[in-house]
Design a protein around this ligand. Structure first.
Ligand code: SF4
Length: 275
């Protein structure tokens, strides 16, 4: 069995291989700082979740619910991937998400639906034991990231101890019918090219029970926001301040020093590629 040190070494190798592959496929390079930051996030995450990782009995279990019908008669399937842990008398199902922990904790109901379906497939259709369902948040906590960047070892250790990426979410396979109906209606919308953005009122309202607006929580991470009418109206709707921040938002990609670093990283890689 590999020691934790050996596993860390292997993680570094795999990280480098993946980075190189993505760089060649996508043509984008990272600066040294960002690359180290990404690698450290993976290492911290491994250290934190090592115990759970060592207990995983089935990894990347593909769950599939074929033969579904939309309200308009279209056929579709639901698929997902989970990890399973059998521990003594209990079985846990984990769904791994990149979402940050505070958001998962504040919006458990958003994850429940997906877990209802996975639980239904695993427990009822496949007749397997299932006692708990949970989400694992892989996002790096901000406080831990800051402590690490500031080389504050004691604070980093404290934040590491506090960090609990595992959030148990009670799912109920009995609610699966309502969830499938929700998905089915979305399939019809997609097939009919109904991609209207959310209404302005939705952007202004709180999303889930996160305490933050939809615009901040969802739109901020949406690639379509630069061409989205609702988002434009949302930003401009805040008066002169909004107009100024929208202009800044479009123009201010990053501080000049960062832009130079990106350029430098890409040029170095381009030179290397041309050798
Ligand atoms: S910015 Fe994206 S998420 Fe927000 S309303 Fe527009 S399309 Fe939807």
């Amino acid at each position: 069995m590999m020691t934790p040190q050996k596993i860390e070494e292997r993680i570094r190798e795999i990280f480098d291989e993946n980075y190189e592959l993505l760089r060649l496929e996508g043509g984008h390079a990272l600066t040294e700082d960002i690359r180290n930051y990404a690698l450290n996030q993976v290492i911290f995450y491994y250290k934190k979740m090592r115990e759970v990782a060592e207990k995983v009995t089935e990894t990347e279990v593909k769950l599939s619910l074929p033969g579904q019908r939309t309200p308009k008669g279209r056929r579709f399937s639901i698929e997902g991937v989970v990890d399973i842990v059998r521990e003594e008398e209990e079985v846990w199902m984990y769904d791994i998400k990149t979402h940050d922990l505070d958001f998962v904790l504040a919006n458990k109901e958003l994850y429940e639906k997906q877990l209802n379906i996975y639980g239904y497939i695993w427990g009822q259709l496949r007749q397997n034991q299932l006692d708990h369902t949970a989400v694992i948040s892989t996002a790096f906590p901000i406080a831990l990231r800051r402590a690490w960047q500031e080389n504050d070892f004691a604070k980093a250790m404290y934040e590491m101890e506090k960090w609990n990426p595992l959030v148990e979410i009670e799912s109920d396979p009995k609610n699966v019918t309502a969830t499938i109906s929700d998905f089915a209606a979305i399939v019809d919308d997609i097939e009919e090219n109904k991609f209207e953005p959310a209404a302005l009122e939705t952007l202004q309202a709180e999303w889930g029970s996160s305490g933050t607006k939809f615009a901040t929580r969802v739109c901020r991470n949406c690639d379509a926001r630069f061409s989205c009418e609702s988002y434009r109206r949302y930003v401009l709707g805040t008066g002169e301040k909004g107009k100024a921040s929208f202009k800044k938002y479009i123009e201010d990609i990053a501080p000049e020093s960062d832009q130079e670093e990106w350029l430098g990283a890409s040029l170095t890689q381009t030179d290397f590629d041309n050798l």
